[in-house]
Design a protein around this ligand. Sequence first.
Ligand SMILES: [Zn+2]
Length: 453
Amino acid sequence: MGGIRIYRGADQIGGIVTEISNGQHRILIDFGANLPGTKNSKLSDDDLVEKVFGEKAGAFETDAVLFTHYHGDHTGLKNRIPEDVPLYIGQLSKDIMEVIAKRVDYMREKNGLDEEPEMPVIKRMNPYWNLKSWKDFNGIKVMPLVCDHSAIDAHMFIIELNKKRILYTGDFRDHGTPGEETFEKMIREIVGKVDILIVEGTMVSREDGTTVNKIRTEEELEKRAIEIFNAHKENVVLVSSTNLDSIMGFYHATPGDKAFLCDPYQAEIMRLAIKVRNKYFPNKYSYKKRIYVLCPDENEIYMKELKKYNNKKTHCDFMMAKPSIYLEKGFVMLARPNRNPSIKCGRFEERMQQMKDPFITYSMWDGYLEDGKAPDKAIVNFVKNRTDKEHMEQLHVSGHAYVETLRKLMDITDPDIIIPMHTENQDAFKKHKLLTKYSDRIRTVNGDEIFEV
Ligand SMILES: [Zn+2]
């Protein structure tokens, strides 16, 4: 006996927890918090933790929690996992999470917030064992594979349970830097035919969003960014600090005569990504020009740390940014809206005030904007009065697979059963015109039952 239970995340985007059990043991995949703005979640974060680890939880022994990637809707409740449960995540993901935790813990302490620090649990995470090789959790065998997503270093898993082969995709896409061919090759050569496909379907319910901008790949994003950055002297880019494909695209799209700027936290994340990905994707993950670091003082600890990596051979060149230079020269600045309610005007908002006529490249989900599905106050304030065509353009590539990619995945893996997740509309899977061939294989699940395997 045993099977698959998606505690949360089968019929909503984010807040994911999946259980794979064999009757005695279980592994969990992801332990995510509800995304801010999630409406009508059937289970609160507290109830979810209680259900998975509380007194009434099943008698399965938990052998591991495997995180697909670092996004909060997949890792956000990590502090609530009992300390004796082993945790796994990709090495680069762990490194990036440490950079984030350092900053978050520092800010919490500085602002006197009485919240548990993030760092200890991240330190506790193990990097994945050798990729493309199996690990046996008391009869539940798992093989991790690196896949493309807006989080760098995301993973999908092949799982063997009760002689059945399962592919658990997590969040993925095939239109990022590794590209379509790499994805197809991996699915054909390593995954092959599966019995059960557990697949994310964000874009099945969000497809309307893709009509806002016609850009569909990271390659197209970089090309359009070159045009925008050439057309404006003062460029401000709003992009998630861990969406590295796009960030590297903006960096490489910065014209030769303009400065590229970001804060030390962002610079450190870029450095980590370049270090690991350079050997696989040297065109994208490489130093092309100086990275001007926005910090108030040459002797600031972050600045000093970054400068240690300066190297003529790799062209790594971090230098403190001086407003007198970049305001004169023109620039591309990666920015972040102020999220500290006790500060009226954030650092980037202050910098915007020094500019004459900044142009915003908005590279995030359009749902966070004022008229979007889940307006984000900080973002709405940041772009206020600048959302007209003269002052802002939306230039964003989805982190999730387009429906054509889902179809391709189904064609190659030929699953007997397809379980959708990470979607606001499970039924849309059955009805979507590209997926009708598979409509009778689709099984929708709810968090209260185990789908037997
Ligand atoms: Zn994600």
